[in-house]
Design a protein around this ligand. Structure first.
Ligand code: S3P
Length: 423
């Protein structure tokens, strides 16, 4: 599918609410499978990546339903997988394969975890090595999927993560629930802490005091989940980017998750000059939620590095799109982890912005974009949902077509309709 958003002549305006956060949705489905009893979770997003987790769980014998946006899963405690030994296909979803690996190991189950061609290229040694140190019987295929896991007793561990990755930390936290004793994980940057919050809400003993996270083995079953997921700030990022680049725009996304480990995008857009305000701050399922308004103001370049990279890790395609319309040269450094996402995101951002005529520089650990140089043209999504949406957003201010845009169904199937509703 080729997507070309019409260039806008008037500001974006309005208020929208979005389907639940994908990171929370993955965890909710998986942790519900490990709980004892039925979980019910509202505002559950139905997209490619959440189907990947639900499909993989179903292959292992844990079906789920979504009805009226409510996910229902019956969990069977720490013996969750009646089809232990099955192959579970995790699609394009790295969160699915990495978190599920932790759950299969924790519950002394067996599984073959596989995925799409793209997923098979993503690094899995980052979970295989520490899981083995805990005693898990897990093997990869040259450091990648498919992963083969057989039942084995686990021991607690003290482990310093070599990469600041919430997926790795979460995999190990889940494994630690089924290990003897207390595990301690140290991570040198503030990665998203959804696993700690959700497991604690379900009754697990988890202490998350960054840089250390402590997890006790489970001595009682997890309680089922009941609640509503906050809207996905990573989807909202494309709407905020769109509003930031169209002069005079003012939009509100209601009920969006504003966990501080995820709000890097709001900080970056504020630093660039956009006006960001939060109202109606509250909590849903142990997560901070607010109505977030973004008002466009003249944009200028920023430098992004350090913790802000980690807190914005999924938002660099959107940030690159905004940088293309800001005054000056925006520079992103210390972001090498972007090379291990759905695509090599540094190379993909650079290539696609260049295809649209922008002046861009590539570094080993980041990129730089000269604002005001993007002319328009045809970009390619490269099999990356976030790249598709960010290049499409550039189309609001320049003539842009995005090829392969159907990949956006992986995360935000309603993207085009929602953005049109703000025009
Ligand atoms: C995620 C963590 C991040 C993020 C991914 C979702 C999660 O990956 O990029 O989209 O749900 O834990 P890393 O933890 O590997 O950086």
């Amino acid at each position: 599918m080729t997507l070309s958003l019409a260039q806008v002549r008037s500001p974006l305006q309005g208020s929208v609410s979005l389907p639940g956060d994908k990171s929370l949705a993955h965890r909710a489905a998986l942790f519900a499978a490990l709980a004892e009893g039925e979980s019910e979770v509202g505002n559950y997003p139905d997209s490619g990546v959440t189907r990947a987790m639900r499909g993989a769980l179903e292959s292992l014998g844990v079906p789920s339903t979504i009805d009226g946006g409510v996910l229902r899963v019956k969990g069977n405690g720490m013996h969750p997988f009646p089809n232990s030994g099955a192959t579970a296909y995790c699609g394009n979803s790295a969160t699915t394969i990495r978190l599920l690996a932790g759950a299969v190991a924790a519950t002394h189950s067996a599984a073959v975890l596989d995925g799409s061609e793209g997923l098979r290229k993503r690094p899995m040694n980052r979970i295989v090595e520490p899981l083995r140190q805990m005693g898990a019987d897990v093997s990869s295929t040259d450091g990648c999927a498919p992963l083969r896991i057989s039942p084995a007793p686990l021991e607690c561990i003290g482990y310093e993560l070599p990469v600041a990755s919430a997926q790795v930390l979460s995999c190990l936290q889940i494994a630690a629930l089924g290990a003897e004793g207390e595990s301690r994980f140290t991570v040198d940057a503030p990665v998203r802490d959804h696993t700690s919050r959700m497991l604690r809400a379900m009754g697990a003993e988890v202490v998350d005091s960054w840089p250390d996270v402590f997890v006790e083995s489970l001595n009682k079953p997890l309680s089922p989940l009941h609640g509503t997921l906050p809207g996905d700030i990573s989807s909202a990022a494309f709407l905020f980017a769109a509003a930031a680049i169209v002069p005079g725009s003012r939009i509100t996304v209601t009920g969006v998750g504003v966990n501080p480990t995820r709000t890097g995008i709001l900080d970056v857009l504020s630093k660039m000059g956009a006006k960001v305000s939060l109202a109606n701050e509250r909590e849903e399922m142990g997560e901070p939620v607010a109505d977030v308004t973004l008002a466009a103001e003249p944009l200028h370049c920023v430098e992004i590095a350090g913790d802000l990279v980690v807190r914005s890790i999924d938002e660099f395609p959107a940030i690159a799109a905004v940088a293309a319309f800001a005054e000056g040269r925006t520079v992103v450094r210390e972001a090498e982890e972007l090379r291990y996402k759905e695509t090599d995101r540094i190379a993909a951002i650079v290539t696609q912005l260049r295809a649209l005529g922008a002046e861009v520089e590539e570094f080993e650990d980041g990129f730089a974009v000269c604002g005001g140089t993007l002319k328009g043209g045809t970009a390619c999504a490269n099999g990356d949902h976030r790249l598709a949406m960010s290049m499409a957003v550039c189309g609001l201010c320049a003539p842009v077509s995005v090829e392969g845009a159907e990949i956006l169904n992986e995360s935000f199937p309603d993207f085009e309709r929602v953005i049109m509703s703000l025009m």
